[in-house]
Every structure is written in C-alpha cells, then in structure tokens.
Ligand binder design. Structure first.
Ligand code: AMP
Ligand code: MG
Length: 299
C-alpha cells in the first residue's frame, strides 16, 4: 500500500516479534492484492473494469470495506465515498499524471456524475458500478481495515500487549513496558518533526489521522491535497489534519477521512451521527489552533 507499518510488542513477547511481523506482513500483502487500486489484478481494480458491464463477486474483505465505505457515505452526506476515484485520478493521484493546469469546471462536472457513493450497488457479496467510467478507491479506509485484521491476529496468537501503526492508523492492546497504557503522538501538520500533543490510547481502541501534508500535488504553483470532496469535485481545503479516536481501526480510518472533508463546519453535524468518537481537528491556519472533543482535552 505504498507505506510503512510498524508492530510493537510488549516485553513479554520480545522473542515472538519476527514471527508476528511475518504473519502481519502476510495479512497486509493479501489485503493489498485484493484492495489496491494500483494493482491491476486486485478485486478493486477488477470491479472498476467491470463498471457498466456486470456485478462482480468480491472477497469478504472487499465487500466489508465497500459496505462500511457506503455507510460512511450516508453518514457524511456524500462527503466520504469510495467511488470518488475518477476525481482522485483527475487531480493527479493514485498513479495518474499530475495535470499541467487546474482541471476545468467542465471536466470536473463530467466526473461528478460518476462519483456518487449511492450508485455503487452492493448485494449479497457482489459489487457493481452501473456506469462505465465509474471506479472505486478504498485508500481512505483500507489501511484501517488491515490494522483490524492484524489486531485480531495478535489477539488470536495470544499476544496481549501490542501496538500496530500503519501509516497513522493505529490500534493497540494492553500496555507497553513501564507504562500504564499506550500513548500516541499526534504530528504537527505544519512541522513534521514536532508533535502537537499525545493521546492516551485505551486498550482495544484505535486512532487514525488524515492530513493534507501526507500527499499532495502542485498544479500551477498551488498545492492540492489528496482528499477530494465528491460533492464539489475539488480537493479539500481548510483542514490541515484530523485525528479520530474510536472503537476500531476501520471506523477510525474512514472517519478521519470523512471529518477531514467535513471540516470544522461539518464536524458538529457528523459527530451527532456517530457514537463514542473523539475528534481533534487542526484547521489549515497558522499558528495552529486546535479544536477537540472533551475526551481528548486531557492529553
Ligand atoms: P486517508 O489518508 O485515510 O484520509 O485517505 C486518503 C485517501 O482516500 C486518498 O489518497 C484517496 O485514495 C481516498 N479518497 C480521496 N477522497 C476521498 C473521498 N471523498 N472519499 C473516500 N476516499 C477518498
Ligand atoms: Mg482514512
């Protein structure tokens, strides 16, 4: 998935780090081969190729990820949507060439018709994009799903103290050496060498961060983030980073992307629709000015 994952085990499990890492690598490799939009042979790429042709039987993993993505589409009033892929490509992400000029309103309008999350048909293990040209990209949710699968594996292998961090998607259990619990540093979106605070991560819960600093393109001297609002067709502006703490990593991943798009204006509305979610929003203004829910205030 084009990024780095780290696995940390508590001191009682030091001698198992190699085999645990190897198992998690296998899980991630398998999921990448199913879910990557970069791999032409993945189920997700196949689904996009079959757009307008016929429904495709997809793996349980892909079906689960696409279903939760669609649920988030509903919750976020269309801000989150795995079918945003054609727009993500238009702006030069996911391996597409970076455009020389800002895409025209006309080219954006054409694609807006193809990116509606409601048009992805999920039924009984099959997925279907009914119009040729539609495509899906699960990059906003798949790493969290992978972390949950690795988390389940660690528990089933009898590991009680561990932390998995897949490019800012983190889930942990138990505690590290000489501490009551795990702590996660939240990166300063304006200065990657600093952190803006720490979050105490309760055992079993997950944290995810979406940031405009992670991936961006420069078009005509302007920077554009890799998260696109499928309702406008434009890359999201106004948010520098969003961190979400909640029950599992797939939800944290999908929600961090969703809240990133919702921005401060939409965050309160979206918060009403989800339960047991703590949120930190850093608007794209300098000096940094943080907005957080009461549960994170202690950090
Ligand atoms: P994340 O880093 O988890 O916030 O996910 C960002 C990735 O999600 C991008 O690189 C795209 O692959 C994908 N993406 C971009 N815009 C959207 C969107 N509106 N809904 C869902 N996924 C998106
Ligand atoms: Mg995400």
């Amino acid at each position: 998935m084009g990024t780095v994952a780290t696995v940390t085990l508590g001191p009682d499990y030091a001698d198992r780090i190699e085999s645990v890492t190897e198992h998690i690598r296998e899980i991630f490799d398998r999921l990448e081969s199913e879910l990557s939009a970069y791999r032409p042979d993945s189920a997700i790429s196949e689904l996009s190729r079959m757009a307008g042709v016929a429904p495709l039987q997809v793996s349980e993993d892909a079906y689960h990820v696409l279903s939760l993505g669609q649920h988030l589409g509903r919750l976020s009033a269309g801000a989150f949507g795995n079918p945003a892929s054609p727009l993500v490509s238009l702006w030069g992400f996911n391996g597409a060439p970076v455009p020389m000029a800002i895409p025209s309103d006309q080219s954006i309008c054409e694609l807006l018709k193809l990116v509606d999350y409601r048009r992805l048909v999920l039924h009984d293990g099959t997925a279907f994009l009914p119009v040729a040209g539609m495509a899906v990209d699960v990059g906003g949710i798949a790493k969290g799903y992978a972390v949950d699968r690795a988390y389940d594996y660690c528990l089933s292998a009898g590991i009680r103290d561990f932390l998995i961090d897949f490019s800012g998607n983190v889930r942990a259990a138990g505690r590290p050496l000489r501490r009551e619990g795990w702590q996660i540093g939240v990166r300063d979106p304006f200065d990657g060498s600093r952190i803006i605070g720490k979050i105490a991560l309760p055992s079993g819960l997950a944290v995810a961060t979406s940031g405009s600093y992670e991936r961006f393109v420069e078009i005509a001297g302007e920077r554009f983030s890799h998260i696109i609002d499928p309702r406008t067709g434009y890359p999201v502006t106004g948010t520098a980073s969003v961190t979400v703490l909640c029950a599992d990593a797939i939800t944290a991943d999908a929600l961090s992307t969703s809240f990133f798009i919702a921005g401060l204006e939409g965050a309160v509305e979206l918060l009403k629709k989800v339960s047991s979610v703590e949120l930190l929003v850093v608007p794209d203004r300098y000096p940094a000015d943080l907005w957080l829910t009461p549960g994170l205030d202690k950090a």
